[in-house]
Design a protein around this ligand. Structure first.
Ligand code: G3H
Ligand code: ZN
Length: 291
């Protein structure tokens, strides 16, 4: 069991959740890591394919190592929503701690095949280099992007994760975490998301205890619903839009109100705004004082 798996298992048993936050700049990463360190919380940080392309896989790895060393907290680097086997292998090769292989847009058997290939590839690296990996697969279809959505987004019946399929998917692939579609939508949509808490419970029951359930698209979900989702068995929650908004709004305001040209000065308020949101989420998830 990797140390991330151990933390996720403890979180599930004690009914709290770890947080996962995206970054594409080192100052965002610093804000997330400092928030986690100040609250004594383990944390996952992630780069989507686009974010990794901007930041660089090796650069992301090196920076996370530096923050771990400086701050002394467990920080796990995840390849968020990597949508092809080739992209996920790239993250494994760069030494990411955690791989999210998202083939949820493909038919079930194709999703199983590609996800299994990544589990086997990671395991072969594990035995050669004695590294620890946690692999996340995804089943069910998540709509939207991490931004403010101007239109209503309807979650269709066929988008939802089927509990029986989830059980078979986990058994066939050997993944450590499963991302599910239970009414969640990436980004902040015009209508409030309505999570199917009973479905989360059914999926949880269909999976072995050591496989973690992941709730993506955590932005814009009311706090009470997040708490119910954790109670139902979610132990990792992804947040991106909420921190992007906090960062972008503070930066925009700062640039409009002064002629400051020194980057570390004009982006200080953006960093603080992002850090504040991360702290609020870690408190909401019950992840504070867990290390
Ligand atoms: O993988 C990233 C998350 O699911 C972010 O979703 O932008 O709705 O918070 P969000
Ligand atoms: Zn996501």
């Amino acid at each position: 069991m990797s140390s991330l798996e151990k933390i996720l298992h403890i979180a599930f048993k004690e009914k709290w959740s770890t947080g996962h936050f995206n970054f594409s700049e080192s100052d965002q990463l610093r804000a997330i890591c400092e928030a986690a360190a100040e609250l004594k919380s383990p944390v996952l940080v992630g780069t989507s394919e686009g974010e990794a392309k901007h930041m660089g896989y090796l650069e992301a790895r090196a920076l996370v190592d530096a923050f771990k060393q400086e701050l002394g907290v467990p920080i796990f680097l995840n390849s968020d929503h990597h949508k092809s086997v080739a992209a996920a292998k790239r993250a494994i090769d760069a030494g990411y701690d955690s791989i999210h292989i998202d083939l949820s847009a493909s038919p079930f058997e194709e999703n199983v095949r590609g996800t299994k290939e990544i589990v086997e590839y990671a395991n072969s690296k594990f035995s050669i280099f004695n590294l620890q990996f946690s692999i996340e697969g995804e089943l069910g279809y998540l709509r939207g992007d991490s931004k403010i959505e101007k239109e209503k987004i309807e979650v269709k019946k066929e988008d939802y994760t089927n509990p029986d399929e989830a059980g078979r998917f986990v058994q066939k692939t050997g993944i450590n975490r499963l991302a599910i579609s239970v009414g969640n939508i990436h980004g902040i949509s015009l209508d409030e998301p309505d999570l199917d808490i009973e479905l989360i419970k059914k999926i949880r029951t269909a999976l072995p205890e050591n496989v973690a359930l992941v709730l993506h698209a955590g932005s814009g979900i009311p706090d009470e619903m997040i708490k119910k989702a954790i109670e139902a068995g979610i132990s990792n929650i992804h947040i991106n839009t909420d921190i992007r908004l906090a960062y972008a709004s503070a930066l925009r305001a700062q640039l409009e109100q002064s002629e400051e040209t020194t980057p570390y000065k004009f982006d200080a308020s953006a960093r603080e705004a992002l850090k504040k949101v991360v702290k609020e989420k870690l408190e909401l998830f019950g992840s504070v004082n867990r290390i």
